[in-house]
Design a binder for this molecule. Structure first.
Ligand SMILES: Nc1ncnc2c1ncn2[C@@H]1O[C@H](COP(=O)(O)OP(=O)(O)OP(=O)(O)O)[C@@H](O)[C@H]1O
Ligand SMILES: [Mg+2]
Length: 462
């Protein structure tokens, strides 16, 4: 069900990324090519298709230059199951914590939900119609007509005509109710609905722990032991409609088919973004936390090389999942990773430190640029911020300066500077309604002066 014709070309992917990320052309190109390669592989004859392993990527670059941001944006345009995980989150198998296989389970869950969502969009209108009927049944419970045996010696004819008469009346009432429902006249009326209690909740109570980390087999076993529980609940018609629509949607979706499609997607085009990989790459001592770091690497290896992971939806083969790793590699180098893992990430791209010009652009150009964000936020208070171009250049200048004086945290510096600079307007905005505040170089310098003049202070505040 993956729509090949909608697959973006590398140039289009880069274009999309350009809307949010300034510079870092090489990284953008690499991820774009890797994504396109998946699409190319799918077109190969089967024998060859299985031979083509994904070219996994490591993005290397200082902190705050756009590594995670690229991943975040990529996930929106990937059109493929995508999960971003932090390498530091995992612990070696056998230790308390998340085992690395859970990243594949997360990816599968995401894919199943996506497919379910697509399928439920398709059945949306039918589900709505059925939910309306359900709601009418609740508002006007169907009465059981007396059965023939109980009617005794009353003439057959009269019964049936009486029944039809009542039937007619009920139908009319039902239609009246339908009208009222449609007009939204019953929204606040309280009705009683049966809601399914999620299995996990029932189980969670029983086991007293999160289900997620529980062994899959165990949860399946429990799942069949505990039947689905239903609970009666009083809710408004408005809420009831939501509940019933969801139930009807679930009934209409062929879950087996959804799971099959989802697993196929994960196996053929899934992408795992493995962030902070540098944090598990440390060589040297053979005791302490380092041992388990290498352990995590050893656990990750088979998954990257190609393994079969069991998920609650079935077995998932990881052989063709694309892995994009990223890390600052301040304290370690990619060569500190265990050799087998290095070999599995043949593509290395370096992200550059951001220049003052980059920072200047980051302030205004991305779709979610900080200047745009702050202006829009204050506009809700009837306040207009007017940034002079020189003022923006000044902010970028200051960010570069502070980055060089204290620690280089890249574009993240812009967040703290902007926040501090606009603190006063932010605070008094409601009283300044209707005004336009010109943000000039003078304004920027004035607001940041005290902090900038004191290096120790800037360490804490900026
Ligand atoms: N090149 C860039 N273009 C636009 N915005 C950027 C860029 N680099 C960083 N940013 C902004 O800075 C924030 C932090 O960047 P990001 O999360 O990508 O850092 P990172 O490279 O992953 O760093 P770390 O190694 O610390 O995880 C982002 O949310 C984004 O708003
Ligand atoms: Mg990051």
């Amino acid at each position: 069900m993956i729509k090949d014709e909608e697959e973006l070309t590398p140039a289009q992917i880069v274009d999309e990324l350009d809307k949010y990320i300034i510079g870092q052309e090489k990284a953008k190109r690499s991820v774009a090519i890797a994504m396109r390669n998946r699409f190319r592989r799918k077109k190969l004859p089967e024998e060859l298709r299985d031979e083509v392993a994904p070219k996994n990527i490591i993005m290397i670059g200082p902190t705050g230059v756009g590594k995670t941001e690229i991943a975040r944006r990529l996930s929106n345009i990937a059109g493929a199951p995508f999960v971003k995980v932090e390498a530091t989150k995992y612990t070696e198998i056998g230790y308390v914590g998340r085992d690395v296989e859970s990243m594949i389970r997360d990816l599968t869950n995401i894919a199943v939900n996506d497919v379910k969502k697509e399928m439920s969009d398709e059945v949306e209108s039918i589900a709505k119609e059925r939910a309306e009927e359900d709601l009418l049944d609740i508002l006007l419970p169907p009465v059981a007509f007396p059965r023939k045996a109980e009617i005794g010696n009353v003439a057959k004819d009269s019964v049936s005509s009486e029944a039809t008469g009542a039937d007619e009346r009920r139908k009319k009432t039902r239609e009246r109710f339908r009208e009222m429902l449609k007009k939204g006249e019953l929204e606040d009326k309280v009705v009683e609905v049966e809601v399914k209690q999620p299995k996990t909740q029932v189980l969670g109570m029983f086991a007293g722990m999160g289900l997620e980390e529980m062994d899959q087999n165990l949860s399946n076993m429990f799942g069949s032991v505990f039947p689905e529980k239903k609970k009666r609940k009083k809710v408004t018609v408005k809420e009831a409609r939501k509940i019933l629509e969801e139930e009807e949607r679930d009934k209409l979706i062929d879950m087996d088919k959804a799971v099959k499609i989802a697993i196929e997607r994960v196996e053929q085009s899934g992408i795992v973004f493995l962030d902070e990989i540098d944090k598990i790459a440390q060589k040297g001592s053979t005791h302490g936390p380092d041992v388990s770091r290498e352990g995590v690497q050893r656990d990750i290896l088979p998954i990257v090389e190609g393994a079969t992971v069991s998920t609650k939806y079935g077995a998932v083969r990881t052989h063709h999942i694309l892995f994009i790793a990223a890390g600052a590699f301040h304290m370690s180098k990619p060569s500190d990773l265990i050799p087998e893992l290095q070999g599995r990430f043949p593509i290395r791209v370096e992200l550059k430190s951001l220049t003052t010009e980059d920072l200047e652009k980051i302030l205004t150009q991305p779709k979610n640029a900080l200047v745009t964000q702050y202006s829009a936020l204050l506009e809700t208070e009837g306040l207009k911020l007017e940034f002079a171009p020189e003022a923006i250049a000044e902010i970028a200048e200051i960010a570069t300066h502070v980055n060089s004086q204290t620690e280089n945290i890249g574009a993240r510096r812009l967040y703290t500077i902007m926040e501090l600079m606009l603190e006063d307007v932010s605070f008094s905005a409601p009283e300044l309604k209707g005004q336009t505040i010109p943000i000039t170089v003078g304004y920027v310098r004035e607001k940041l002066k005290t902090v900038l003049e004191n290096k120790d202070l800037s360490k804490y505040i900026l």
